[in-house]
Design a protein. Structure first.
Length: 265
């Protein structure tokens, strides 16, 4: 993967592109439904705003800010007390904020700035296992891109794909075994070979060249698949081997319970 500075630049770019998509929306458009059941465009941005803020707090804590550490501890306690509802509750509350867009801008800027201040080798506490600053930046990139896709779908807009999605693809590959675990299945012991064509035309690869189980196709389609933003049958993703084919039916780059996915177009 890229170095931290490059990942943070990609995260900033993804946030800026989504900002441009919503900056001039009317109140009616903010209230438009997205493919996520019960979530409007406002909910999507509210979720990003809240999560970016929480990510900034725990990232600042990793850099030595004791007040930020205390703030994140409160959030973490709330998550333990309401594990299946705290994300939706936060999105609902933030969606009513009349300063939602401005607050999201402030929070995501603070988050990206904080990521650059984490000492090398330091792990950041999160809702799951602790992670490096690079992993946090990649995770926030994935979420920003995925929820941005929900917004674009609600608006009927086709976004131009960029090579920033490499981070999304990387998480999709790295979470292979998690997808099996969250579906209460045993992951195959052998690694898969993943070959994806980037928007720029570059070939991105993961895994051994001689792997029997293989996945290939456009990186954009793979990212839509692993974030469950499109149905498998509507994507140009190819599998060789029964294990690889099965993985594509459960692939999930995001944390939490198995997603419902999208209907076939």
């Amino acid at each position: 993967m890229a170095d931290l500075d490059s990942l943070v630049d990609d995260l900033r770019g993804e946030g800026n592109d989504l900002d441009a998509l919503v900056a001039e929306l009317t109140p009616e458009q903010w209230a438009a439904s997205t493919p996520a059941a019960g979530w409007t465009i406002a909910h999507q941005i509210a979720h990003l705003s809240w999560t970016d803020h929480v990510a900034e707090r725990t990232t600042s804590a990793a850099a030595g800010d004791s007040a930020a550490e205390a703030d994140f501890a409160v959030v973490l306690q709330g998550a333990w007390e309401n594990p299946t509802g705290f994300v939706d509750d936060a999105a609902e509350g933030e969606s009513r904020n009349p300063e939602l867009l401005n607050d999201w801008r402030t929070r995501r800027r603070a988050m990206t700035d904080a990521l650059t201040q984490v000492p090398s080798g330091t792990k950041i506490t999160w809702f799951g296992p602790p992670m490096s600053a690079a992993s946090m930046a990649t995770a926030r990139l994935m979420e920003t891109w995925a929820h941005g896709q929900d917004v674009a779908d609600a608006l009927g807009v086709t976004r131009a794909a960029t090579d920033r999605i490499r981070g999304v693809a990387h998480i999709g590959v790295r979470t292979r075994d998690f997808a099996y675990a969250v579906n209460q299945q045993t992951a195959p012991a052998e690694p898969f070979r993943i070959e994806l064509t980037a928007p720029s035309g570059e070939l991105w690869t993961w895994g051994p060249e001689d792997a029997a189980q293989r996945v290939s196709g456009p990186a954009l389609d793979f990212c839509l698949l692993v974030t469950q933003r499109a149905h498998r049958d509507n994507l140009d993703i190819h599998a060789e081997g029964s294990d690889a084919a099965h993985w594509l039916t459960i692939a999930q780059a995001f944390a939490g319970l198995p997603g419902a996915g999208r209907d076939r177009a």
